[in-house]
Write a protein that binds this ligand. Structure first.
Ligand SMILES: *Cc1c(COP(=O)(O)O)cnc(C)c1O
Length: 396
């Protein structure tokens, strides 16, 4: 079958909720992907910030295969070994207290929202609590996660959503304060806004949120689904700010390719929120996905992935800044570590993305005008050079 025929066959049976790029991928190796006609692509998209270790990282496949041979699924009615290891490593990396594994980022958000509501309910017995979320945020597509997603286009067709949600402006503490009432139980924000256009939180904003939440006993939820797991050069982006959330969500690179997420609670939130019977999942944290999570943490430690990101970030930023200086269509760059965006002006960002694809480079967009670069965390200087060379041609 030709690639065109494969695409037609896919559209015949898969619900059309994505305008997919015209390529069928067959395999990956390192930081490269290969389509079904054998063409090679340098991957600066990483399956939307998921494949932090690229493809077939030494030891990763073996760990998963060995778990398949032992036990894939057992349900959360019983203990299993991989979840013990994965939980301990996640809690250690975050210096938080307790983790709940989910199947996706969206479900991690759902759990975090429930835990925050339950915390407030345990405290005052009321059932009318409010949540403050940010404009231009993205937290997922389920009704709960969509309810705290600040994007009217995603929300409108599905109204009415969950009630009691108010929106404030990201990086504007006063706008958050203006939404606080006696009923506020949680403030939720990404540490670095991803889909909204790669906006890092300012230090003043995060510190201000922490102070506000401490004063009023409000749960601070930081969504680290995209910016966490080493992407900014720290396990979790908030660690660079010295501000710890009460609850954090992670997913995407947590399992580097297997569907797994988690919400992680600090001591205070863990002690007084979800109790037996309050929350559950059949698949969540099964032995297969937890073997992946556990192995990912081992690899991050053994091969010092965080130092690699930190060490290479200045070079990555320098190369992108050169593009911004040279090309009129590249207005500005912003981001942290290996989560970078270039604002594209005067032409649709999609044009640059499509040109890059044709030239064998995968990049994605964020928001309406941002070119997003979220490569595997294991890219080399040479990969960055090649990316910059191709983008240079695409921006002419
Ligand atoms: C991707 C993403 C989600 C949703 O995760 P899914 O695994 O797609 O459900 C939530 N929050 C942020 C910040 C994300 O980037």
């Amino acid at each position: 079958m030709s690639m065109n025929e494969q695409m037609e066959e896919s559209e015949a049976s898969i619900l059309h909720t994505y305008n997919r790029f015209p390529v069928v991928f067959e395999k990956g190796e390192g930081c490269y992907l290969y389509d079904s006609e054998g063409k090679e692509y340098l991957d600066f998209a990483a399956g939307i910030a998921v494949n932090a270790l690229g493809y077939h990282y030494p030891g990763y496949d073996e760990a998963l295969k060995s778990q398949i041979d032992k036990l894939m699924h057992i349900s959360n009615l019983y203990y299993n070994e991989p979840i013990i290891e994965a939980g301990a490593k996640l809690v250690q990396a975050s210096h938080m207290e307790k983790a709940f594994f989910t199947n996706s980022g969206t479900e991690a958000i759902e759990g975090a929202l429930k835990a925050a509501k339950k915390y407030a309910y345990e405290r005052d017995g009321h059932a009318d609590h409010e949540i403050i979320a940010m404009n231009h945020s993205f937290h997922g597509r389920s009704i709960g996660a969509l309810s705290v997603t600040g994007n009217a286009h995603y929300r409108e067709p599905f109204e009415p959503l969950m009630g009691g949600v108010k929106f404030a402006d990201f990086n504007d503490l006063e706008s958050v304060k203006a939404q606080i009432t006696d009923k506020t139980c949680a403030i939720i924000t990404e540490t670095v806004q991803g889909e909204g256009g790669i906006y890092p939180a300012t230090k003043e904003f995060l510190e201000g949120l922490r102070k506000l939440c401490d004063e009023k006993d409000i749960i601070l939820i930081l969504d680290e689904i995209q910016c966490g797991m080493g992407r900014t050069g720290h396990y979790f982006a908030w660690q660079a700010y010295g501000v710890q959330p009460d609850i954090m969500t992670c997913a995407k690179a947590l399992g580097c390719g297997v569907p797994v997420g988690a919400f992680v609670l600090n001591k205070k939130a863990a002690a007084a929120s979800l109790k037996p019977g309050d929350h559950g999942t059949t698949y969540g944290g099964n032995p297969f996905v937890c073997a992946a999570v556990s192995k990912v943490f081992d690899i991050f430690e053994k091969d010092q992935i965080l130092s690699h990101v930190q060490g290479l970030t200045p070079y990555f930023e320098e190369k992108l800044d050169e593009l911004v200086a040279k090309h009129d269509c590249a207005e500005t760059r912003r981001g942290k570590g290996f989560m970078q965006g270039i604002v594209i002006k005067g032409r649709p960002v999609g044009d640059v993305v499509k040109k890059a694809l044709a030239k064998g480079l995968l990049v994605i967009s964020a928001g309406s005008d941002v070119l997003r670069l979220v490569p595997p965390l294991v890219i080399t200087k040479e990969d960055i050079d090649k990316m910059a060379e191709i983008l240079d041609e695409c921006m002419e």
